[in-house]
Design a protein. Structure first.
Length: 136
């Protein structure tokens, strides 16, 4: 037996409201690093150490897109702790890099053991702004 279909909801203008599956996120202003070679090149570049994470910054093509990568080693903790730390790093990057990042630059955020997942979120954001040189 198949469940009955839910009726479409309409807005006051009479148009059908979009379903949750058809909504798309706003496009991000950066690409995500996925290849190991990109992470290794960033590891040889400039590094900024903050209490909550480590930021590696590598200048690439001046007209290329801003790219960002996230990593947490097993020292951070079990899979739950690593995923939580990476979610927090992704969120601060989403909030701060479009405003403070430089196009054509690779950024790698590395989570730190017992700190990234538990540090207050506002402090993480402030640390990223400071590391990027954007204290506005």
């Amino acid at each position: 037996m198949t469940p009955p279909k839910a009726p479409l909801t309409s807005d006051p203008a009479g148009e059908d409201a979009p379903s949750a599956g058809s909504l798309r996120r706003a496009p991000s202003r950066f690409e995500v690093l996925t290849k190991r070679a990109d992470f290794l090149r960033a590891a040889r570049a400039r590094r900024v150490v903050t209490p909550g994470f480590i930021l590696q910054i590598r200048a690439c093509a001046s007209d290329g897109p801003m790219r960002v990568g996230f990593t947490c080693s097993k020292k951070v903790g079990n899979a739950v702790a690593r995923n939580r730390a990476k979610r927090r790093l992704r969120e601060i990057a989403r909030l701060e890099l479009p405003r403070c990042g430089i196009p054509g630059t690779d950024y790698v955020l590395i989570g730190r053991a017992d700190i990234t997942a538990t540090r207050p979120f506002d402090q993480l954001r402030n640390e990223l702004r400071t590391a990027l040189g954007c204290d506005a």
